[in-house]
Design a protein around this ligand. Sequence first.
Ligand SMILES: [Zn+2]
Length: 509
Amino acid sequence: MKIKRLISVILTIMLAFSALTMFGGCGDRTAVLKIYNWGEYIADGSYDSVDVISAFEEWYEEKTGEPIRVEYSMFDTNETMYTQIANKRADYDVICPSDYTVQKLIRNDLLLPINDENFDTIWADTFEDEDPTAYGLGEDEEITLHNIMNQGLLDLITVYDSGWVNGGSIYSVPFMWGTVGLLYDKAKIEAIGGDNAVDDMQTWDTLFEEDYAGYKYMKNSVRDAYAIANIYHYSGELSRLSNGFTEFGKEYKELLSQCMNYPNEETIASAEQTLKNQKKYLYAYESDEGKEDLKNGKSQAAMALVWSCDAGYVIGMEENLDLWYSVPKEGTNVWVDNWCIPKYAGNKKAAQYFISFVNTYEMAYENMYWVGSATPVRQAAEDIAYEITNPRSLLEYEYLEAYAEEEGEEYVEEHYDEIIAEADADWKEMVESEDEALSDYVYFLEKYLESHEDCTDEEDCSCEWHAYARMYSEALNPTDEQLERAAIMTDFAEKNTDVVRMFTRVKAG
Ligand SMILES: [Zn+2]
């Protein structure tokens, strides 16, 4: 279980799909599902994952008795995708816009409600054989779209009206989500900031003030720059409203949302001033290369403003075990990418089946495992987070499975403790002999073996490896504590041009 991705794999898929597109375009539209998604954003069978698209094709035919062929295309920005849908009325059934773009699509009447009169039947059909306990529900509880999702995320989406529901209609279903924070090289920042360095990474002050001058990457992204600059600018007031960032009530959350959303003359001016002042302390602005540079140590930069998915991605590469991710105390932006059905979709039924299918436990698990950011399906995300900090549980699970297959479920129930003890003894032996097979289970194996002497092997262990593994699992799956001090950014609508112009002035000045 490794969350890693390879460009070559993606290129192969792109070539394969462009060939399909060339010969597509004719035949029965009900036999085709057209998906338009971000690149590297669905499990494709590599790294022992399930190929979700092929699995869907097979499953759909089993469920409905009708064959389906998926045509899969990719985009690289919300804006590219939006233009296709809005201006070209492109023929897609499922798209995956981010939060603010969902709002823009709704505002311009470009989406179909997902939960029409057929959806309940399709959802029930999808989940009829699923075990509610796998979703953290009671044995007899009904599995619904609402009760399997991360509640903290749903609360944020609902409060800030980010397109989840609009007048009772559901226009978007979350697919992947995460936070915005600081990615930093611990060895490098400690060389600069000494003993306080790690604490310095827990506040946005560090990104905007003179300390660490020349070692900071700033994201070349207008929306993130605007939001984080304002959180920093209003941090005194945010601190007062949260009792020094300890109690995050309604007033704090309202101001946090104001900092990120509803730009006006005052907030645009404060962001501009903050960003202009910050420039002299930066190593550079970066669009995508910052995380790679930090991983390779090829630039002077020691920290960068990043999305948690990018932090999870480079940390998960296991090439630089000095990379850490923090979500500064003042607050963060939660980003959410969502499935939607565009207005001009030609196969709404298959789209609804697909959206239901990717929310099944197995598909949610596979996609999170492969993509490297959080699935909203709460239990799948929690299980992955647990496995990262408890790799031994994976071996235990394998033994239980093997015995169940060979001896039957009843045997496993009777001999549960013995099987676990056997797995644990074998695990211990593998650790002591530094068995190479451990790398199939353990992230950051080198650190794990080094920390072995201090490790209690329990989830709350304070050894160096556990601290690191916990940080990684929290980068992948945001904690409830992080969500307490988070808001979702909305579409800037008619104010967008003013914010974009402000950022252009900052960068040019
Ligand atoms: Zn430990």
